[in-house]
Design a protein around this ligand. Structure first.
Ligand SMILES: Cc1cc2nc3c(=O)[nH]c(=O)nc-3n(C[C@H](O)[C@H](O)[C@H](O)COP(=O)(O)O)c2cc1C
Length: 304
């Protein structure tokens, strides 16, 4: 079956992307597979200036998942463009820059700079990070703020697609999705991590240095699926589904409820080859299930 999908102006050779923050800057993965076979690479969240992130501990294992409070540590957009982007096969695999900013002007400046780079195929705007004090999830929890952040990026992104990354930590995710669609988003991706916490009864301290972090991994898949299902019924722009994907079966579940593409996140920590093996397994699974085209399968969940 032809695996190609169109995503808000991008053509992906298959629907498998890597999730931001779980695949470094894309170059680190070459030891585990050939990134040219992936549908796309979403790199670690970039800000205008380098950020040190949160104090440790920043990772905690949970039943069926993990908590992180990295706090968007990154080397800054300029260094990424100079040192890492030239080493990525961006001519063959779309490289999407995930971006984070503390205010609208900073979003605009960052978008203008990155959209101007030939090797950047699109921007994924993180308005859903639960691990930073300024900005972060606040942008994604208020429809007006989400729309303003989206518009600020859209205005400066030229012909590059803008994907808004949505938070599950809201009352109604469809409201935020509609707001960013109206503000010009070319696609949405969801979900980012769920707010979570771990404590140690012996030390009487929180496990994470920043006390509260974000939960990811298989534990959040049902939450992600329902969010993707609901958003797909509310918006006309493509939806990228993620949250707890560990197999081709999981990926197909997201596509069945309407996702155009999927991202592999924390599962890469347990199995760094997963994004690569998932591409070929997905092809086999389509064959096994007699799926002949994405159009015939996508969103065709029968609920009646
Ligand atoms: C260690 C870590 C770092 C992350 N960093 C980012 C980031 O920089 N930007 C972002 O939008 N999402 C970030 N995320 C969220 C993931 O991209 C993804 O939305 C989330 O983990 C849910 O997917 P998963 O269950 O497959 O991991 C991070 C997640 C983890 C575990």
């Amino acid at each position: 079956m032809e695996q190609t999908v169109a995503l808000g102006g991008l053509t992906l050779k298959n629907p498998v992307l890597t999730a931001s923050g779980t695949f470094g800057y894309g170059t680190e993965a070459s030891a585990f597979g050939d990134v040219r076979f992936l549908g796309g690479i979403v790199v670690k969240g970039l800000s205008l200036e380098a950020r040190p992130g949160n104090p440790g501990g920043r990772i905690a294992e949970t039943p069926c998942g993990m908590l992180n409070s990295i706090g968007l540590e990154n080397i800054g957009a300029g260094r990424f463009v100079r040192e890492f982007l030239p080493r990525l096969p961006w001519q063959e695999t779309p490289v999407v820059a995930n971006i984070y900013a503390g205010d609208y002007d900073e979003f605009a400046e960052l978008a203008a700079y990155l959209a101007d780079q030939e090797g950047i195929a699109g921007l994924e705007v993180n308005i859903s990070c639960p691990n930073v004090r300024a900005g972060g999830a606040r942008f994604g929890q208020d429809p007006d703020m989400a729309a303003k952040a989206c518009a600020a990026v859209r205005e400066k992104a030229g012909d590059k697609p803008v994907i808004l990354k949505l938070s599950p930590n809201v009352t109604d995710v469809t409201e935020i999705a509609r707001a960013v669609e109206d503000a010009g988003a070319d696609a949405v991706s969801l979900i980012n991590t769920l707010s979570g916490m771990a404590v140690d009864i012996r030390t009487r301290r929180p496990v994470l240095g920043s006390v509260i972090g974000g939960l990811s991994g298989p534990a959040i898949k049902p939450v992600a699926l329902q969010a993707v299902y609901r958003v797909c019924r509310e918006v006309n722009i493509p939806v990228v589904g993620l949250g707890g994907i560990t197999s081709a079966e999981d990926a197909l579940e997201f596509i069945l409820v309407g996702a155009r593409a999927v991202q592999v996140g924390s599962a890469s920590f347990a199995d760094p080859q997963l994004p690569f093996s998932l591409v070929s397994r997905l092809e086999e699974l389509c064959e096994e299930l007699g799926i002949e085209s994405w159009e015939e399968f996508r969103g065709r969940i029968e609920t009646e």
